[in-house]
Design a protein around this ligand. Structure first.
Ligand SMILES: C[S@@+](CC[C@H](N)C(=O)[O-])C[C@H]1O[C@@H](n2cnc3c(N)ncnc32)[C@H](O)[C@@H]1O
Length: 305
């Protein structure tokens, strides 16, 4: 069954709970707590000695997580924050070492369904796309001020869109006449730029462009590159970091960062990423491109500390 609009099915839930379950209590840090689905499962699985620090850049998501996780009482601490500052925030609230850290990247189904946020090409809305609507330029602002070359690079690199150059040119041509303000304006530019015969089957022609612009607006690649080493540094001996990505560029960043960390006191748990089962793919379209990679901090045997 497909997920209802606005509900968020946590991706790779069984795999995450199995691989990242805290085995001896202690802190779980969820850098992308979102609707709290993974957080809830990890708290349940970890038992009463487990505490959770959850971060999200989206205050509305945090409010939903707060309601969902209320029954765990003071075992849960939630903060409105960017996960690139995860280690600093953790230490500020007294978390010196984490048993598990999770980053489940990208956008939630709830955000896609919140039409006024501009993440989705399905409805007409202002081009915002910020995870934190109180910070940084909107998508409309970026589309207005980036050079054609930068737009093309972003759409190609973050969207892996083969028609990136044509789309960038069309955006620039249109904005000379009138600024692109809404999702409908951006969809129209993409549809004009990409020849009809090249429109992909099974996915909207603007999917990749929307993904790319969202990633640029939220500086998602930069945040991920900073967060992986910071999160690895926070792990207790035997602790694990899991990252779920939905885009091959992001997966490459995680893979390279893990390989470099494995030259120090860390171990890459699986050489190939964990991917969703056929059943999960059928039930949840959003999970289709998900990849989970897990890193473990090598340490003294438990109990030796
Ligand atoms: C895929 S959802 C997470 C869903 C969550 N695992 C669950 O089970 O409900 C990703 C969340 O990460 C948040 N997010 C994205 N980038 C972030 C960042 N740099 N710092 C903090 N939160 C971020 C988004 O606002 C979104 O709520």
């Amino acid at each position: 069954m497909e997920a209802e609009a606005g509900t968020h099915l946590p991706v790779l839930l069984d795999e995450v709970t199995f691989l990242l379950r805290p085995r001896h209590g202690g802190w779980v840090v969820d850098g992308t707590v979102g609707m709290g689905g993974h957080a809830e499962a990890l708290l349940e699985r970890g038992g009463t000695e487990t505490r959770l620090l959850g971060l999200d850049r989206d205050r509305e998501a945090l409010a939903r997580a707060r309601t969902r996780l209320a029954r765990f009482g003071d075992r849960v601490v939630l903060r409105h924050a960017d996960f690139r500052h995860l280690d600093g925030i953790a230490r500020e609230i007294g978390v010196d070492a984490a048993q598990s850290v999770l980053l489940d990247l990208g956008v939630s189904s709830y955000q896609l369904a919140a039409s006024e946020r501009g993440f989705s090409f399905g409805t007409d809305a202002p081009l915002d796309m910020r995870f934190d609507p109180s910070e940084g330029p909107t998508a409309a602002r970026l589309l207005q001020r980036l050079s054609e070359a930068d737009l093309a690079r972003i759409i190609f690199e973050y969207g892996e869109e083969p028609h990136a150059r044509r789309i960038a040119r069309e955006i620039v041509t249109r904005r000379h006449r009138t600024p692109l303000r809404t999702t409908v304006d951006l969809v129209a530019a993409v549809k004009t730029a990409v020849p009809r015969r090249a429109w992909p089957k099974g996915r909207h022609v603007a999917t990749r462009t929307f993904q790319a612009i969202r990633m640029a607006v939220n500086e998602e690649v930069e945040a991920l590159s900073e967060a992986v080493p910071a999160a690895a540094g926070l792990l207790a001996p035997g602790g694990r970091l899991g990252v779920i990505s939905f885009h091959s560029g992001e997966d490459r960043i995680v893979k390279r960062a893990f390989l470099s960390l494995a030259e120090g006191p860390h171990l890459v748990l699986e050489p190939s990423p964990v991917t969703p089962s056929r059943e999960e793919r059928r039930a949840n379209r959003r999970c289709r491109s998900a990849k989970l990679r897990v890193l473990e901090r090598i340490g003294e045997p438990h109990g030796a500390r």
